[in-house]
Design a protein around this ligand. Structure first.
Ligand SMILES: Nc1ncnc2c1ncn2[C@@H]1O[C@H](COP(=O)(O)OP(=O)(O)OP(=O)(O)O)[C@@H](O)[C@H]1O
Ligand SMILES: [Mg+2]
Length: 406
């Protein structure tokens, strides 16, 4: 910690700068406090939800190279709430002497086309895919049609999945189309290049969280099962109810990905289990929704671990603290704001651990999550669901959805 920087910010101890002021920055800040780490956030606008818990917020766009550089100059290490950042500015920031963690090469893996190509080249298991650029490739339609003709058969309903290589999240930027619908869709499409893959019959989806220090230490958490509703993560179950062979394969893939992407910090690998095979869906080079369950469920949370990793501090144990833990997202809709319904949730499930992010409800917007620890996944799920239903003013009769473990 240089004196110059201490003077610049007026805070003792390590200063971690986070680009982006969403809920991931907010939960990183919550983990930083007990470690004596000062967090400074670069938020694009006033009122991003991290601002409710972080007093040191600087307003500036992640696309503005000057804003990024002057922000980075006041912290000891730069890390991220999201990856939509000016990469050229990051190169300059590293030259100026502030470590960028994860590094620029790792951040490029936020691009789904880049991921698929690199993972396939590294011999890692990925679904069959092709990348097309409808804006630039003259033959994109014939390539897409040829792919659909070849792989449409693999799927139950003949659908092809098209994914925007950049800028998508929570299922936005993912389309599932029949072969006959491709031409019209592609003619109207104006975005980033697309990754095409068959719509697979999924037995379940898993996520493996990995942390890596710059000096090389790697740890993984026990593999989690994620359950999606409408293309968006709804629940995460720790540990995933899978046999040891499958869990070991997920962990092996997670470690191999850490090396392939040259990871620093925490990142998540989303996995498909299809036809008994574990395939990589995508990675997120940062803390991730599937890891929120580690806040209470693990000896070291993903947020605490990420801070340790980017500071190159020793990593903590990732063992679970209970036989079962389950997380359910709180998703906004037109219902009441959950922020005056906490007492109802706690009445429904006294063991529920509530996390409300300070975001106004909007349709399909993640505004919080609830975690329950216990002795069985089924009881944890039921208690978490009851708390979420009470928070969003739901009927509570939709029960546990989408279970793939009975
Ligand atoms: N090839 C596929 N076959 C079957 N289902 C798929 C396929 N690709 C995606 N899905 C479903 O859609 C979900 C979202 O896809 P993906 O993870 O690529 O999108 P995303 O918008 O980046 O998601 P998020 O940001 O929520 O992780 C997956 O978790 C899965 O449930
Ligand atoms: Mg995903």
């Amino acid at each position: 910690v240089s004196e110059e920087r201490a003077t610049a910010t007026g805070f003792p101890g390590p200063r971690v700068g986070i680009v982006g002021g969403g809920q991931l920055a907010r939960m990183l800040a919550e983990a930083a406090t007990p470690l004596g780490i000062h967090v400074r956030v670069l938020a694009a606008t006033e009122g991003e939800c991290a601002g409710e818990v972080v007093p040191d917020v600087v307003i500036g766009s992640p696309d503005d190279a000057e804003a990024l550089r002057s922000f980075a100059a006041t912290v000891d290490v730069l890390t991220f709430d999201h990856e939509n950042v000016d990469h050229d500015a990051l190169v300059q920031i590293e030259r100026d002497g502030t470590p960028v963690r994860p590094g620029i090469a790792t951040l490029r893996f936020a691009d789904k086309a880049h991921q698929r190509r690199e993972f396939a080249a590294a011999g890692l298991p990925v679904p069959p895919f092709v990348v097309i650029d409808p804006v630039r490739d003259l033959d994109h339609l014939s390539v897409a049609d040829g792919f659909a003709a070849r792989y449409g058969e693999m799927t139950n309903d003949g659908l092809i999945v098209l994914k925007a290589s950049r800028g998508g999240y929570d299922g936005r930027g993912v389309w599932m189309l029949g072969r006959s619908e491709l031409a019209a869709f592609l003619a109207a499409y104006r975005g980033a290049p697309l990754v095409l893959e068959p719509k697979l019959a999924l037995e379940r989806e898993l996520a493996v969280l990995v942390a890596r220090r710059p000096s090389g230490q790697i740890v993984t958490w026990p593999v989690v099962e994620t359950i999606q509703v409408d293309g968006m993560c709804d629940e995460a179950l720790l540990p995933a109810p899978v046999d040891v062979t499958l869990a070991a394969e997920a962990e092996r893939i997670g470690r191999a990905v850490a090396i392939t992407v040259d990871a620093v910090g925490v990142f998540a690998v989303e996995l498909f289990v299809s036809d008994g095979q574990v395939l990589i869906n995508e990675i997120a080079p940062r803390v991730h929704n599937s890891g929120h369950v580690t806040i209470e469920g693990s000896m070291t949370s993903q947020f605490s671990q990420h801070l340790r990793a980017v500071l190159d501090w020793p990593l903590g144990p990732t063992d679970s603290v209970a036989p079962a833990a389950s997380m359910t997202n709180v998703v906004g809709d037109d219902a009441d704001d959950p922020r005056d319904r906490q007492h109802l949730a706690l009445a429904a499930s006294p063991a529920a651990q509530l996390h409300l992010y300070g975001k106004a409800p909007r349709p399909a917007r993640k505004i919080g999550h609830v975690t329950v620890l216990g002795t069985s996944l089924e009881s944890c799920r039921a208690e978490a669901r009851a708390a979420v239903d009470a928070l969003i003013g739901g009927s509570g009769d939709d029960g546990v959805q989408g279970s793939s473990d009975g």
